[in-house]
Write a protein that binds this ligand. Sequence first.
Ligand code: ARG
Length: 460
Amino acid sequence: SSEKLWGGRFAEKTAASVEDFTASIQYDSRLYKYDIAGSRAHAAMLASQGILSRDELEAIDSGLVEIGREIEAGTFRFKAELEDIHMNIEKALVDRIGPAGAKLHSGRSRNDQIALDFKLYLRDQCDLLMELLKGVNRGFVRLARGYLGAVMPGYTHMQRAQPVLVSHHMLAYFEMFSRDHSRLEDCRRRLNLSPLGCAAMAGTGLPIDREQVAENLGFDGVTANSMDSSGDRDFAIEFTSCCAMIQLHLSRLSEELVLWSSQEFSFVEISDKFCTGSSIMPQKKNPDIPELIRGKSGRVVGSLMSLLTLVKGLPLTYNRDLQEDKEPVFDVVDTVSASLSIMAELLENLEFNTATMEEATKTGFITATDLADYLVLKDVPFREAHGIVGRAVAYCLDKGCELEDLSVDELTRFSDVIAKDVFEVLSVRGSVDSRISTGGTARVRVEEAVAQAEKQLGIA
Ligand code: ARG
């Protein structure tokens, strides 16, 4: 028989090519801490159920602690022929402590063991990403507070639409990343049920106590169906989907930063230490950080697609296909956490050119909607008002001027309800400050929103 922990029924040694092809230890060694924590909790339970003696438990515990230390120190030798993290650790344990180690796997399978490790890992990653999201959000709130009062054009279709406060624009991102935070909270809550004890897929006849293990590992409870648990990867897909949304939000922000730092816009200056140069063009200062973040959204979305496609058509319960779930998830964790950290730093390294932004609000008939609203307040039906202002804009385009450059006489040609008070409405500040509806860009509303955001982040 082979030397594998599962080798009993095999007459021949596994082919080296098969060992290579099936091994996952190159990447799942990342789960070692969780595998060890899970094994220790499982062993503690087996001891309290009388399946392990106190001495055996002690031997297992100290053996696992020692293995953990060696892995941490980089002195542990992982072996591809032992397939995965579970077998590498279990085999090392048996080699060190003998028969007690060989009892550890009672009432458990690698199927529930990997589900457990993966959930414990992702629970930590949810916490990590939530912290990183807060870091980015602190950046937006600081900018929103710091630039209170500054105006800029708001765009639809990338055409100047209506003037807004720069702070309002920053807080739009705060909202997006706050939703991402709450999505991760949700994901964490849903995944926080222990699968351990579902064994291969049908449960076990050994007198185990799943609840004890779950409590020991900080789970809110145990999963309800052993078959579901050994094949369920919803939690990994949900996590990756949350991450994809984060990366897409970062990508949209990056796109704006790239655009805004162009000479054509010049809305923003990213500090030298956060830009890179060109190998040929001496004058260049390129926004590579946001470009790379934008570019990395491809791999994150790709990973989500990998996982979705992975489970499509998989029969219950565990299938080895599921081993393919780890690399995409690990890559997503690395990519999204790196992108969030660097974006938080970038936000501390940029300055808005408020004068240029304000200048950009002065052309493009950006207060045309305000003129239409002005007419509505004078009882002109909105559709009619829309037409009136449209004709006035066409007249200005012809003349090569802005709406506020017209005289009252010229304006009354389009509607006789227009009077001198119209100029207040046509001013950028007047426009911004009139938008006091809930969630609007008026300074009073934005000040409230900044204060609310600061409260949410625990900033005094
Ligand atoms: N390395 C495996 C995985 O990632 C662990 C479970 C293997 N179970 C099995 N019966 N081969 O899914």
